[in-house]
Design a binder for this molecule. Structure first.
Ligand code: FEO
Length: 400
């Protein structure tokens, strides 16, 4: 095992993998773990860019010690983001390297105090400010709310490496390969979209601000705090982030439904058949009782069309569907065509709630809406099939 993997001469990846945590932020499943990327720059000044979670630190600290050798110390720790998956190890680093200054902005300083009781040796930087390391300089871009208020990015001159924090990163351990050209990039793109939609998506306007701010900066390599380093085609991941944060979507439909006794599922199958009959191959079906919401949100962020089906429960929607609607509202999903259907027994409520969600969210309601009593009539099942057709016509129309 190498002690640090060189990115370019004098700059190393020194991060670690988390194969122990089941739920990132105690919410989002990470079946293939997650990496916490940290980078060491050996110049006249020694700089660590971002730390790691306070978990499984043995390998991380060993890497740093071996790269530094017996005599060198860390001069600066740049904290691009204070969330504990990156700042958790800051207190122990402070103990190991007592002369180390922490580089951040005013908000970083506030959070260092409140999270870690660290108040001293903080080197404050502002937007556009630079820090001279000797052969290289660091330039700091303030990128608030991507993902917390203090978030910033660090650009290395002249290497052209952008250390971007959470932006452009995603779930999944780095299993030996750390660069985009060394890994299964499609897997990581899916997981980067899941990270984006689950965690950063609500702040899409701020992501757009960040992309605009980076505008004329020549980014040769992107080093995020999670997932692979983008060296072969950094423009590709910036382009994906740009599209995702504009809510631009691909041709396809997510069919998310709940069903207690199978009646709503029969309707969902009829919608699915309608989608297929209309020639659509990209259909992602989720039973909201069994699919983790993290994956449903990701697919909704990817595709233009959404069909929601729910039985009535306590005069409203089925609770797992209610959780999905709440999260979609919180994430401020936009620019989607949405169809709704559902069933009820003695009193309705689900379809009304679904329809209100669509109109209140400013989304495009695709007719017909179908509200079946128990298993629904043959005509209503036929309407579900027609909804599938109508959805395909709609996603092939607007927002292309
Ligand atoms: Fe990877 Fe917002 O922390």
């Amino acid at each position: 095992m190498q002690y640090g993997i060189p990115i370019v001469d004098g700059i190393y990846w020194v991060g670690n993998n988390d194969r122990r945590t089941a739920l990132f932020e105690s919410i989002w499943p990470i079946p293939r773990g997650v990496s916490y990327n940290s980078y060491l720059i050996l110049d006249e000044k020694v700089v660590l860019i971002d730390a790691v979670k306070d978990l499984s630190l043995r390998g991380y600290l060993l890497r740093l010690k071996r790269l530094l050798g017996p005599d060198r110390q860390i001069d600066y720790l740049v904290v691009n983001h204070m969330e504990p998956d990156h700042s958790g190890a800051v207190p122990i680093l402070k103990q190991m390297f007592p002369a180390m200054k922490i580089v951040g902005n005013k908000k970083t300083a506030q959070y260092l105090t409140k999270l870690h009781a660290i108040e001293d040796d903080i080197h404050l930087v502002a937007d556009g400010e630079e820090l001279d390391l000797g052969k290289r300089k660091l330039r700091f871009f303030m990128t608030p709310m991507v993902h917390w208020p203090e978030t910033m990015m660090t650009y290395v001159i002249p290497s052209g490496i952008l250390f971007s924090g959470d932006a452009f990163g995603g779930f999944g351990c780095l299993e030996g390969g750390i660069f985009d050209d060394e890994v299964d990039v499609q897997y990581f793109e899916d997981e980067i979209l899941r990270y984006f939609s689950n965690i950063v998506g609500k702040y899409s306007p701020m992501v757009q601000n960040a992309i605009e701010k980076l505008g004329k900066t020549e980014v040769k390599i992107i080093g995020p705090t999670h997932g692979p380093i983008w060296r072969s085609n950094p423009a590709h991941i910036i382009d994906l982030y740009d599209r995702w944060s504009r809510h631009d979507a691909e041709s396809g439909v997510v069919l998310a439904f709940g069903s207690m006794y199978g009646n709503t599922e029969v309707m969902a199958d009829a919608v699915a058949r309608g989608l297929s009959d209309a020639g659509l191959k990209t259909v992602r079906t989720h039973n909201v009782s069994t699919s983790h919401i993290s994956y449903i949100i990701r697919d909704i962020w990817r595709y233009k069309g959404l069909v929601l089906g729910s039985p009535t429960y306590d005069a409203g929607v089925f609770p797992p569907m209610d959780a999905l609607l709440r999260l979609l509202s919180t994430k401020r999903i936009a620019k989607r065509h949405v169809g709704v259907f559902g069933s009820h027994g003695w009193a309705g409520g689900a379809v009304k709630t679904l329809t209100k969600f669509v109109t209140d969210s400013g989304l495009d309601l695709v007719e017909p809406t179908i509200d079946a009593n128990f298993r629904g009539s043959p005509e209503q099942i036929e309407q579900c099939h027609a909804l599938g057709h109508a959805m395909v016509r709609r996603i092939r129309g607007a927002y292309q």
